[in-house]
Design a binder for this molecule. Structure first.
Ligand SMILES: [Zn+2]
Length: 333
């Protein structure tokens, strides 16, 4: 039997059958995927217990290892008598297939993920946001030195909501009915320091105010900073309120850089990339905007990683903190 004879028959198969055969051959030739799973669980164990091994229920360190199940180590607490495993209270605790989670974290569309994993779209959506919620719970780090900040706007979307009372429902993405910035738009503040730290968070509805900027930024600003923004009055008011050094870059007057270092080109470029990346989701429901903003921020911060490593890092980061998000709390959120 030689392979060329086999291959001749290949073209007689339907496209679906061809794909199945390809997958079967791939699985036979590269069985290491299973090893990948146990390697990943090992990594998850290390990040989760980086401060030492303690009981998830009572915090006791009197633990006994209690066998393994599907590569997950089980532990029994000698104090409270409860048990847990490597994945307990992580966003991926409920799944038998942790490797499948890697599919959720590359910007594939939900219908595509649902099809590939043979699950319902709403399940795919729930899993995606479980990871994103966990990732978001890690929060931002403090911005230092020269900080560029600017806001951008996203059209409000009520995707997923059953009834829209105050205006006609808009289908997928859509356009604003009014020109310019109106109450239909959600403002998003992006701030960027020169060490690569990024804050990106929804601020409010319509034209942004100084108070909204304050709410997003203040807790993450170092003491001695220089804030660079465009000439918008809301930022002037914010800087004044807080007594922050402020460099205004007035592009309308042809100024793009002041004193050689003060500009807002990093933050503007970030906005452009963010807008482009968001297009694939065809309009994001307002209550999930922060999850997507955090996701994009993660991708930007980990740009230098290979695609595969980036996805692994995202799952590991999402597992860093214990998260108790169930379907019930998720739906109310
Ligand atoms: Zn315990």
């Amino acid at each position: 039997m030689d392979w060329k004879r086999l291959y001749e028959d290949f073209s007689d198969l339907s496209k679906t059958e061809q794909m199945r055969l390809f997958q079967a051959i791939k699985d036979t030739l590269f069985p290491e995927e299973k090893e990948d799973i146990s390697k990943m669980i090992h990594q998850i164990r290390e990040v989760r217990f980086s401060n030492g091994l303690a009981c998830f229920h009572c915090g006791s360190i009197a633990l006994k290892r209690n066998g393994k199940y599907r590569s997950r180590q089980r532990y029994l607490c000698k104090d409270c008598g409860k048990s847990f495993n490597d994945m307990t209270a992580s966003p991926i605790s409920g799944t038998h297939y942790p490797h499948k989670w890697l599919k959720y974290v590359d910007g594939k569309t939900l219908p595509k993920i649902a099809e590939e994993l043979e699950i319902h779209i709403s399940t795919a959506f729930y899993w995606r946001h479980k990871i994103l919620n966990a990732l978001r719970s890690l929060g931002f780090s403090t911005l230092k030195g020269i900080i560029e900040s600017d806001e951008t706007y996203f059209l409000e979307s009520d995707k997923g909501k059953k009834r829209i009372i105050y205006r006609k429902p808009r289908k997928r993405g859509g356009k604003a009915t009014k020109r310019g910035i109106s109450k239909e738009q959600k403002s998003v503040v992006v701030a960027h320091d020169r060490n690569g730290n990024i804050i990106s968070k929804m601020a409010g509805r319509g034209r942004i105010s100084a108070d909204e900027i304050d709410q997003v930024l203040s807790e993450y600003l170092d003491k001695e900073i220089v804030l660079c923004t465009d000439s918008a009055t809301n930022y002037k008011a914010f800087a004044k309120q807080k007594g922050i050094s402020h460099e205004i870059i007035n592009a309308n007057k042809g100024v793009h850089v002041r004193k050689g270092v003060y500009h807002i080109q990093h933050v503007n470029a970030y906005h452009q990339r963010l807008k482009k990346w968001m297009e694939r989701f065809n309009g994001v429901a307002t209550k999930y905007i922060d999850n997507y903003l955090f996701w994009f921020r993660f991708l930007e911060l980990n740009k230098q990683l290979s695609k595969k490593l980036c996805k692994q890092t995202m799952v590991l980061d999402a597992c860093k903190r214990a998260n108790h998000i169930t379907i019930k709390t998720f739906k109310i959120a």
